[in-house]
Design a protein. Structure first.
Length: 346
């Protein structure tokens, strides 16, 4: 399904048939120009295509202006409460602004933001969560109330002739998050930024985000993603990249492995980790699946869906299958060279 409309965020295009974009957000003090820029560029080097920065007061604007000048990727200004901050952030070079119209105030203030956004051709992301549901919708199921609250804001921007809109609804509840995004995606054509808010520390965030983001993506919803983690935002990129590769939305190599049983002829877990280390940092122009299977009984059959498969045999050797057909049997010490050769011949 994915969005019909496309939106330009600096030099990054989101929506339509364009690749899903990974985003993150800085957790440094925006007034700390060097520290914030360093974190943005580290996130960019790790794979983030867009980074969001909090603009909390007018004193942040000066640093923000320098940040957008030297950033490797487009920078989004995160604005709350004061419409004037949104206007000044746009003038300072923001590639996009994120607002929650519910806490900006009157419709007149929103109109003033839209007027400047139009002039500078800067898109607006309408951000809302389960804590900012409009009072008039609170008798509805929460997922529907969340979506209707955002839809009200969308219609406000459309009323002003503004259509460079990105939508973001996030809930801490995965099911509610899914239902809200699905509900609204059937009513509007704009790109969706998706994620699970308040997902917690690394382990919990990885699980909740994988389910929450993954369920939307496989249903054709979501043009940009953020894995929200309490802590180092670089970990957000690590999980987001893995998620897109494992789901087949981004080119890369995924390693799958059997759960092992008494028939296992090799140490599957250790070999799978070895394979992951061998292919780390390798760039491919398509999606490749490598299977590590523990025995010759079901290994070949189960690995037929893989581009490459290593099937454990006795005597410190393994059978390598290429596209479901036996390529050869090799000693364990030969496997690395064989695999690294084959991934570029598929």
């Amino acid at each position: 399904m994915f969005s019909e409309r496309v939106v330009n965020v600096g030099n990054v295009i989101i929506g339509g048939n364009h690749p899903i974009v990974i985003q993150s957000m800085t957790n440094t003090d925006t007034k700390n120009f060097e520290g914030t820029l360093r974190q943005i560029n580290d996130l960019a080097d790790a794979g983030a295509k867009i980074v969001r920065v909090s603009v909390r007061d007018m004193e942040d604007i000066s640093s923000f202006s320098k940040i957008v000048t030297y950033s490797k990727v487009p920078v989004v200004a995160d604005i709350h409460f004061d419409y004037r901050l949104a206007i000044e952030a746009i003038k300072a070079g923001a590639a996009k602004i994120r607002i929650n119209p519910g806490n900006i105030g009157s419709e007149e203030k929103i109109k003033k933001i839209v007027e400047v956004a139009k002039e500078y051709k800067v898109p607006i992301r309408i951000g809302s969560n389960s804590g900012s549901i409009g009072k008039e919708f609170r008798n509805l199921p929460r997922y529907q109330a969340l979506a209707e609250s955002v839809l009200k804001d969308v219609r406000l921007l459309e009323k002003e002739g503004f259509y460079d809109i990105v939508i973001s609804m996030k809930s801490v509840e995965v099911k509610e998050n899914f239902l809200a995004n699905k509900y609204l995606s059937e009513m509007v054509p704009y790109p969706f930024h998706i994620g699970i808010t308040e997902a917690g520390v690394f382990e919990d965030a990885a699980i909740l985000s994988s389910v929450g983001i993954g369920s939307l993506l496989i249903n054709g919803i979501g043009d940009t993603i953020r894995v929200s983690i309490s802590g180092n935002p670089l970990k957000e990129i690590e999980i987001a990249k893995s998620l897109l590769v494992l789901l087949g939305f981004e080119n890369g190599i995924r390693v799958v492995a059997c759960p092992t049983c008494a028939r296992t002829e090799i140490n599957v877990e250790r070999l799978a980790y070895d394979v992951k280390s061998w292919i780390e940092g390798k760039t491919v122009n398509r999606s490749i699946t490598i299977s590590v299977m523990g025995c010759i009984v079901n290994g070949p059959g189960e690995a037929k869906h893989s581009d490459l498969a290593i099937v454990g045999t006795k005597n410190s050797s393994a059978a390598v299958f290429l596209k479901g057909k036996l390529y050869g049997t090799f000693k364990n010490c030969e496997l690395k060279d064989v695999l690294l050769k084959l991934i570029y011949t598929i």
